[in-house]
Write a protein that binds this ligand. Structure first.
Ligand code: ZN
Ligand code: ZN
Length: 362
């Protein structure tokens, strides 16, 4: 990964915002800028270079992972180390302005931060500066994402092997997660959703101890982390004898999913992609049952920019990676969702998820 290039782009943005340095505290942003994957660390990006602060627990990891930044390790929390670094460095110089990631700091953290800043240094709320960079994935990132998606997709094959009437949702999820670990995933992108029966009408129903009932859909929404990048996929399976209505709704969701995918290309707004899915469901008389947005960006985090939702003005550009996941939910009855990940290319999009979308009954 070209951390130097990423940091240089960030320096340009920080300079344009009249900041002398930017303190990066949101860990996915720290990861993106210097490679550190631990759970405590701060990166100070200054005009002339970057400094990474962490405590002694991460000594070995920091030296293995962190690139293009000087590493400062101490027995104190990273914030105190930062304070020491600044007081030593800036004694007697003009007032210095450090931007911090306002969106990612709690009020308590902000208070602690200002407490550790030496006099002559001013902290200022900065707009999101790393996220706009992360929005466009480079070739190396796209390669990582493709691998994560490929590995994640195999979990659905496992789900189909174990998914039957009477099997507990958590048992299906456990089999999928076990396979994920056995095949090299670093973790799950989020707790696996296996939602059957009435619970399939909950867009975020996590796997419960309930047995899968006969005559309903099972929504399987899952993803893995590989090489730091997340995958995200949903398939919905029918259990038992198939009803006409189930088939009709499934087909409408599939058509909506395809229409939105076909709408993905550079220059189109996120809102237009959302509308493509919503139009199809509207024509099928199902618009009011599509209760969430069409998709979201995916990368180092499972949910990141852009939002693919009604009215969103963000214009799609090559290198963006998003999900397309329309769904229809009948409260108290059942629900259907189909989700793929796609990458925006110069001419359209590449569907990353390899799994078929045909109606499956077990
Ligand atoms: Zn999902
Ligand atoms: Zn998703």
């Amino acid at each position: 990964m070209d951390y130097k290039l990423r940091q240089d782009k960030l320096r340009e943005r920080a300079g344009a915002a009249r900041l002398d340095a930017l303190l990066v505290s949101h860990l996915p942003n720290v990861h993106y800028l210097c490679g550190f994957t631990g759970s405590a660390g701060l990166l100070l990006v200054e005009a002339r270079g970057s400094v990474f602060f962490t405590d002694f627990r991460y000594d070995t990891q920091a030296h293995e992972e962190v690139k293009d930044a000087r590493i400062v390790i101490g027995r104190k929390p990273a914030l105190e180390l930062l304070g020491q670094h600044l007081s030593r460095k800036r004694k007697g110089s003009r007032s210095w302005i450090i931007g911090f990631e306002a969106e990612h700091l709690t009020i308590a953290e902000k208070k602690r931060l200002t407490r550790f800043l030496p006099s002559g240094i001013r902290a200022k709320d900065a707009a999101a500066m790393v996220e706009p960079l992360r929005l466009i994935k480079d070739d190396e990132e796209l390669a990582c994402i493709r691998e994560a998606v490929k590995l994640g997709a195999r979990l659905f094959d496992r789900a189909l092997e174990v998914l039957r009437v009477g099997v507990a949702e958590v048992d299906v999820a456990a089999e999928m997660e076990f396979m994920a670990r056995r095949t090299g995933a670093e973790g799950m992108s989020f707790p696996t959703i296996i939602a059957s029966g009435e619970r399939s009408a909950l867009p975020h129903g996590r796997a419960s101890a309930d047995p899968v009932p006969r005559g309903g859909f099972v929504v399987c929404d899952f993803g893995v982390i590989l090489g730091g990048y997340c995958s995200d996929q949903t398939r919905t399976v029918w259990v038992g004898p198939v009803s006409k209505e189930a088939r009709r709704v499934y087909d409408a969701v599939q058509e909506a999913q395809l229409a939105a995918t076909e709408a993905v290309r550079p220059g189109v707004t996120a809102g237009e992609v959302d509308a493509a899915a919503r139009n199809v469901l509207g024509k099928a008389g199902l618009a009011e049952y599509f209760t969430h947005s069409t998709g979201h960006g995916v990368g180092l985090e499972i949910h990141e920019a852009p939002r693919i939702a009604a009215g969103q003005k963000e214009v799609l550009q090559p290198g963006m990676v998003i999900t397309i996941e329309p769904g229809v939910y009948f409260a108290g009855k059942w629900g259907v969702r189909i989700e793929d990940m796609v990458a925006v290319t110069p001419t359209g999009c590449e569907v990353l998820t390899p799994t078929g979308k045909h109606f499956i009954a077990v």
